[in-house]
Design a protein around this ligand. Structure first.
Ligand SMILES: *Cc1c(COP(=O)(O)O)cnc(C)c1O
Length: 399
């Protein structure tokens, strides 16, 4: 590895160099194949090189790449129409990333209260363990000290309470509260699903106090949990929702969705993005939806998720000395080992299986949504060999 890199030192990168992708596989420069159950942190929702996405991107590349939002962008109208038809939302704003989708969601909520004559209502209640991005506002929303330290005063207006604690939420509501912001399944926080009961209680509190419910479905949305959006499992609908990652299938794309009422303060000139809703992104986003909304696709996600769930439960039963917990919804899976999760990550990599680290000492598996049952079993077998190697290493150490 290079001693002096021209790149910022912000990332702790694994020494792996991939040059190609094929479905659920990544192929390294040396030709070795890795089963990609990290999917670029839940982004490569349809795996690598999906022909429908490749065709859509190439076709748009031949027409026009960029227009700006000075003009109408037909792909935005189409994708916006499809997203609103498929969800609670009436309005969509397109962004390039998750953090920008959250920025739009936060601004939409604050602006709503402002336009209703309540400029003092700008506080947003958020949850411990949350992750909403790395901008100045979203690190304040996430509230994690490790991301806030050294970047000046924490942006005001974010009040954090323990995840799942409805009494703490009630106690945090004041005359200055505008909204509640939650991930239905915490991703970076360690694959922690909110219960249906909690989601319903948040909705009821919002209705009672005139607050907006904002969901961050950047990671858990777009089919990841086996429904188009994770909140559908609870039957609770938000007022505003941030989406990104899987909706672009690897092309940078995010969106903020809102009801007409929640978006009513966002008048012409109040918000904007140079790239947001760019024709290339729209072509890919529409192609992703073609696949995810096709007959039987989400059912297949749920079926393959069952294979994982059973495989992980069996692993947990057979390795109680090494596995403390397995959790997740759909294809958003977490394994909490009794050793540092970095060791398990190393061990699965040695088996040419890729995962993603998370908080709470959890290793995430976020397989592409196109993973077949057979590929799932392949991944489970690799995981088992990795756990077996940890057991062997442990036996060696204590011998
Ligand atoms: C990844 C993520 C974000 C931030 O998305 P970026 O595209 O990295 O800005 C926000 N919220 C959640 C839940 C995420 O998983």
């Amino acid at each position: 590895m290079a001693e002096a890199t021209p790149l910022y030192d912000t990332y702790l990168r694994a020494p792996l160099r991939f040059e190609r992708g094929e479905g659920v596989w990544l192929i390294a420069e040396n030709g070795e194949r890795y089963l990609d159950f990290g999917a670029g942190v839940a982004v490569s929702s349809l795996g690598h090189g999906h022909p429908h996405l490749v065709d859509a991107l190439k076709a748009q590349a031949d027409k026009v790449w960029h227009l700006s939002n000075l003009y109408e962008v037909p792909g935005q109208e189409t994708l916006g129409q499809r997203l609103t038809e498929a969800t609670f939302a009436d309005k969509v704003f397109f962004t390039n990333s998750g953090a920008e989708a959250l920025e739009c969601a936060i601004k939409t909520a604050r602006r709503y209260q402002f336009s209703k004559g309540h400029p003092e209502r700008f506080h947003i209640i958020t949850f411990e363990g949350a992750f909403h991005g790395r901008t100045i506002a979203t690190i304040a929303a996430g509230g994690q000290e490790k991301y806030l330290e050294g970047f000046g005063p924490k942006a005001p207006g974010f009040d954090q309470v323990p995840f799942g604690d409805i009494e703490a939420v009630k106690a945090a509501i004041t005359e200055a509260t505008a909204a509640i912001l939650i991930e239905p399944v915490q991703g970076e926080g360690g694959i922690r699903p909110a219960t249906t009961e909690f989601m319903r209680a948040l909705r009821a509190l919002c209705d009672e106090h005139g607050l907006l419910l904002i969901l961050d479905e950047v990671q858990c949305g777009v089919g990841r949990t086996g429904k188009l959006f994770a909140h559908e499992w609870s039957g609770v609908t938000p007022d505003i929702m941030a989406v990104a990652k899987g909706i672009g299938g690897g092309f940078p794309l995010g969106a903020c969705l809102a009801t007409a009422e929640a978006a009513s303060g966002m008048k012409a000139g109040t918000h904007g993005s140079t790239y947001g809703g760019n024709p290339l992104a729209m072509a890919v986003g529409n192609a992703v939806l073609d696949v995810v909304l096709s007959d039987g696709f989400l059912q297949n996600v749920r079926d393959v998720a069952l294979v994982f769930r059973q495989g992980l439960a069996s692993l947990e039963d057979r390795y109680p000395d090494l596995i403390e917990d397995v959790r997740g919804e759909g294809l958003m899976l977490g394994i909490k080992p009794k050793v540092p999760s970095a060791e398990l990550l190393q061990a699965i990599r040695a088996e040419h299986l890729l995962g993603v680290p998370a908080g709470d000492n959890v290793l995430r598996l976020l397989p592409p949504l196109v993973t077949t049952a057979e590929e799932a079993r392949d991944g489970l077998a690799r995981l088992e060999r990795a756990v077996e190697s940890l057991r062997a290493a442990r036996a060696l150490k204590s011998a």
